[in-house]
Write a protein that binds this ligand. Structure first.
Ligand SMILES: [Zn+2]
Length: 379
């Protein structure tokens, strides 16, 4: 008996206390831990923390196909967002097709429970950021393979500093970006400085939302839409408002000024290795998000856009090889711009018609050569 008690005492001494366990959980690497979550939490939806330091509860998946969008890079499983973001994308895609754009190709939104990502983004952590490609959606429904392999087309001239390539850029992209900026729930739209400059110089429509369009590195083949924190969500840390004005002046010029590189006078020290962000570095509510069970009925492939299944079928049958995609993408290259009004604010919005079928939208071809995928800059 004594022997047993002795063993029990030794075991008890070795057992971690509950406090130790909580402490240990705090030290989990945030990127790997959030990256391993395959489904959203069964909590009430809520963005927690800041766009670049937080997580999301109760995220919703954007269906991978809709009447006016297709989601790219499905294997990343980053099409989870707050309900406000998911409904925004649906509304935006519908409005964009009315403007004459064939539909949206959707890039990353957030991980199922948000949080930092192993690669690709500094923000996109709370379900209120989304990347949208500047390439128009093809009429065909893309296969899974194509959604992984197709690269978004850059709007910049290769080998030239911040210069728009007019073979890829059109008033369609301009209208799409300005349409995105026009929504009251959108706080910022990030684009490459060359794109912002182009808009500053050429946009003749309503300029009241021009200030929301923010220049940032990269973002030459997609743009990034950021929604405001929803009202009344105390855990969501708001970003300061953009400065008044159209942002076309001096701030923008700085991007294009010739840069002089100072010669270092002393040997360059390697930068200190950044400390690994842990779960404990994020708002405390993010631990409950990780601990929550998954909502019943979710799966990580998500559902096609069920309510509009009939309209969805107009997208066409899936095409299964990259060669077939290329073949279909080399149709008429001319951008169908004539039917597009210059200013989104002049587009009739009173009636909400039946979902726009992709077949009704003008066909816009991507360049014949499908570029090789490349790593996107972090933002
Ligand atoms: Zn982004």
């Amino acid at each position: 008996m004594m022997q047993f008690r002795k063993v029990a005492l030794v075991v008890a001494a070795l057992m971690p206390t509950l406090a130790d366990l909580v402490e240990a959980a705090d030290n989990r690497p945030a990127k790997a831990t959030f990256g391993a979550m395959t489904l959203g939490s069964s909590q009430e939806p809520q963005p927690i923390g800041f766009y670049a330091k937080g997580c999301q509860a109760g995220a919703v998946q954007l269906p991978y196909d809709g009447p006016s969008w297709q989601v790219m890079r499905l294997e990343r499983n980053r099409r989870w967002g707050q309900p406000q973001m998911i409904s925004f994308i649906q509304q935006f895609s519908r409005d964009a097709t009315r403007d004459g754009w064939p539909g949206l190709l959707i890039g990353d939104i957030s991980q199922p429970r948000g949080g930092p990502m192993v690669n690709g983004h500094a923000s996109h952590q709370i379900g209120l950021d989304a990347d949208i490609w500047l390439s128009p959606m093809p009429r065909q429904r893309l296969s899974g393979e194509e959604r992984e392999k197709l690269a978004a087309v850059s709007m910049l001239k290769k080998g030239e500093y911040l210069t728009i390539d007019n073979r890829n850029w059109s008033s369609g992209q301009a209208r799409l970006i300005m349409r995105a900026a026009s929504y009251p729930q959108v706080q910022r739209v990030f684009v490459n400085p060359a794109i912002k400059k182009k808009l500053c110089e050429t946009w003749t429509g309503d300029r009241s939302f021009m200030g929301k369009v923010r220049p940032i590195g990269g973002h030459d083949s997609h743009f990034h839409v950021r929604l405001f924190c929803p009202p009344g969500v105390a855990n969501c840390k708001a970003q300061p408002e953009v400065q008044p004005g159209d942002g076309c002046g001096k701030d923008l010029d700085a991007w294009f000024a010739p840069r002089t590189v100072k010669k270092p006078t002393s040997p360059i020290k390697p930068p200190p290795k950044p400390r690994i962000i842990t779960v404990g570095d994020l708002p405390p509510a993010c631990q409950a998000v990780l601990a929550s069970s998954a909502r019943r009925g979710d799966d990580n492939m998500g559902m096609p856009y069920a309510p509009l299944a009939s309209a969805d079928s107009s997208v066409g049958t899936p095409i299964t090889t990259l060669a077939a995609y290329r073949e279909k993408m080399t149709g008429p290259a001319a951008m169908a711009t004539a039917a597009m009004p210059e200013n989104p604010s002049t587009v009739a919005t009173a009636a909400d018609p039946a979902p726009t079928s992709a077949a009704a939208a003008p066909w816009i071809a991507l360049p014949e050569k499908v570029p090789v995928p490349r790593v996107r800059p972090v933002h």
